[in-house]
Design a protein around this ligand. Sequence first.
Ligand code: FAD
Ligand code: SF4
Length: 614
Amino acid sequence: MIPGAAGLCAALLDLEPADAQQLGAEVAALAAHLPVPARALLALGTAAAEAVAMTRTGHRLGHLDGDRRRALVAGLAATNAAAPLLDALKVPVLLAHGALVAAADPGSRDPGPPARPDAALDVTPAGRWPTRSVADAVVIGSGAGGAMAARTLAQAGLTVVVVEEGRRFTVAELRASPPIERFTAMYRDGGATVALGRPPVVLPVGRGVGGTTLVNSGTCYRTPTAVLDRWRDDHGVVFADPDAFGPLLDDVWTTLQVAAVPDTVMGANGQIALRGAAALGWSAHRLQRNAPGCGGCCQCAVGCPRNAKFGVHLSVLPAACAAGARIVTDARVERVLHGAGRATGVRARRVDGSTFEILAPHVVVAAGATETPLLLRRSGLGRHPHVGRNLAVHPALSTAGWFDEPVHATSGVLQSVGIDELHERHGILIEATATPPGMGSLLLPGVGRPLADQLARADHLATLGAMVGDAPNGRVRGTSHALVRYDLAQADARRLLRGVAAMGRVLFAAGATAVVTGIGDHPTVRSPAALDEAVASARPGRLHVAAFHPTGTVRMGADDQTHPVDPDGRLRGVDGVWVADASVLPSCPEVNPQVSIMAVALAVAGRCAARAGA
Ligand SMILES: Cc1cc2nc3c(=O)[nH]c(=O)nc-3n(C[C@H](O)[C@H](O)[C@H](O)COP(=O)(O)OP(=O)(O)OC[C@H]3O[C@@H](n4cnc5c(N)ncnc54)[C@H](O)[C@@H]3O)c2cc1C
Ligand code: SF4
């Protein structure tokens, strides 16, 4: 329960008491899924809003009549001190509001029949796994990198156990539960992971069999040649030579059954992006995706309820299991075990607190870029000064356009079109990206009646996102819980804002009557000239940045002073420990990274198998 939640809802969305009570209860239900610090912050923020109301009016928010509440909220929204608090409190309130709207119209999220049944996987929950077992290799994490590593090792003839902290999600469960519940269940810390800095960066990562590929958008890009050249020439990663890397990318592409988004599921959000780019004469294309049988229900970010998106739990792990790999779920690896300078296995903790060990001479760490450095430190293997450093996140900003005609952005693929006009020269990649039903209103500016009016027309919004290839300006600290710090470089902030200007131009060119910029002092603009003014006046520290592609925290390369992992994927300083996930990428790949991560994992696991004599 969050005391004062109903009053807060009444204030933020200008609701009558009964509606505010219902929304307050939904906010409390959502908060129950959040980690303790996020829940505490929400309670504190709500209490702070109540305290301000008491000081200014002598009444609690929930006890104010409509006019006085509206006047108070409008006054607060106009002050520099209170506006950020209201912005932060809006997030859970809008998510809860979206959940209620989606629940009232279940037809709006009908995904159609499953494209395929759940895959045949050899999955054992940790409670049924023995206290001690042996294998040739243990893979930690079942996401993009871990799955590819497990498949390679098992197909080479090694006995392989994959240990996954999350659980398995079935298509039946995804079809039965609303998007917001899936959101809090399928992401680490209920989706509330943030990199601290100015501005803070929302940084969600998935947790479950399939890792973040369970919840990603299914967009596939081959690693750009210029990036591969840098990995080879600047970091000494020999296998990144474009000629050598090409066959690895081909393998991933075929495995994931990648194809261009078809007309049938493109949706109006993507059509608007294509129309705007065409009007400007800009280069744009349908995105390539790993989603054979996609029905365009726009729920990719909360797990595909059709089993169409071909995450690694459907595309890669079945082949690994067919070759003998076993998956243990609900078990967090606490330590990589080692002695006399070489790996001897792993120790993992079950949900009930008990532990088990799997002894193995080869351990492949693939826990993702924010968890792998922690695991290495917990294991006494994180002494290299660059473990946890060099975090790049591929930061992103969203911009939306208001259209006279309904857009119904949730009818169609979540991520549909790429606009690459500014990609090669400026590292800015624009993608038409909608949000799952009920989760699309976070960008809307304002509070009170103006916000409520926009919510009532939210199906007239089309949304684009721009990401920039960034400098490695972040760091992951900690041993049990990641403390992530990321400082957006000035140059990257400028390029993000250039991305906002470009997205706004595309939206206006497509016929938008107004553009929601996400920029504090000019949240909505009605002309390209006003857009330019907004961008010129923006303060980078106030931007609402999100990022979905953390990489580089245990990067690979030839220089042993600056790269904790060698160019073959072996952790320096110990034998038998390999790293095969986003953490080893030497720099931001400048495109959506899953294909690059899987190709790198193929290369690393191939070398591990060769070393194991398989
Ligand atoms: C919302 C969203 C949308 C995205 N969309 C796209 C997209 O369209 N295209 C694209 O290319 N990329 C996309 N990505 C990014 C992409 O999915 C990730 O970059 C990729 O999955 C990372 O692979 P990984 O192997 O490093 O880690 P993950 O896939 O995150 O897998 C790591 C796994 O390790 C497990 N784990 C962690 N610690 C432990 C431990 N101690 N013990 C046991 N298990 C552990 C985790 O639970 C997790 O399952 C998206 C990401 C997000 C969040
Ligand atoms: S839009 Fe996404 S969630 Fe919906 S069917 Fe296609 S891949 Fe699955």
